[in-house]
Design a protein around this ligand. Sequence first.
Ligand SMILES: [Mg+2]
Length: 243
Amino acid sequence: MQKLSRRLLRRRLLVALDYDGTLAPQPRRGNDPKLPERAKRLLARLARHVHCVVISGRAFIDLKRRLSGLELDAVVGNHGCDDGQVRWRLMRQVAGWKATLLPVVRSQPGVRLEDKRYSLSILLSTARHPARARRAVERAAAQLEGAAIFGGRQVVNVVSARAPHKGDAVSRLRWRTKATTALYVGDDVGDEDVFRLGKQGWLTGVKVGRGGRSAARYRVRSQRQVVTLLAALVEAAEAKARR
Ligand SMILES: [Mg+2]
């Protein structure tokens, strides 16, 4: 990690991070972990030296509140399309999808629908029959006009097929910050859109967790190791500033 950090710091660096399961522990049934204090302190120190952004599937307002007190270059929610601006058309479209999906969700015991305004999450973590519920929800969501669906850990995400994804958000932020290299850390299916940018040469992907296939170049075992990676980046950035 030290070597990777020093190498990245030689260029103008953008550090982009997913939130759940990456910066903060993955939420489990009934608990909703906060951003660990150590991760928060390290991110604050890192942001003094390099461009730092957080990109998550959560709604912008939710994410912004969780990261309050941090001075980041950007916070982007809803899988890459929510930067806090109001998008009426998309909002209306998502409201229509919600009306169609609600009866399906209610027919599956324990399944919940989270309305994030610009996308929907159908949460399966408390489902009585998770596999059956996933099939029913995916079948219904596939019929929605203009929607794209992708799975995740105990969730089905319904997003606009035309809205920017996380990869688009990172590309745009790299351009905006004039960074010449970027590091992206994420743990789930939606993060693969970012990892695939690795082919272009300017992005280094780090996948959190051992499971599943990934286009990321590197892996760390757990969310705790993301904190260790942040510490290595802070050390390299502060050493560079002292020189
Ligand atoms: Mg995640």
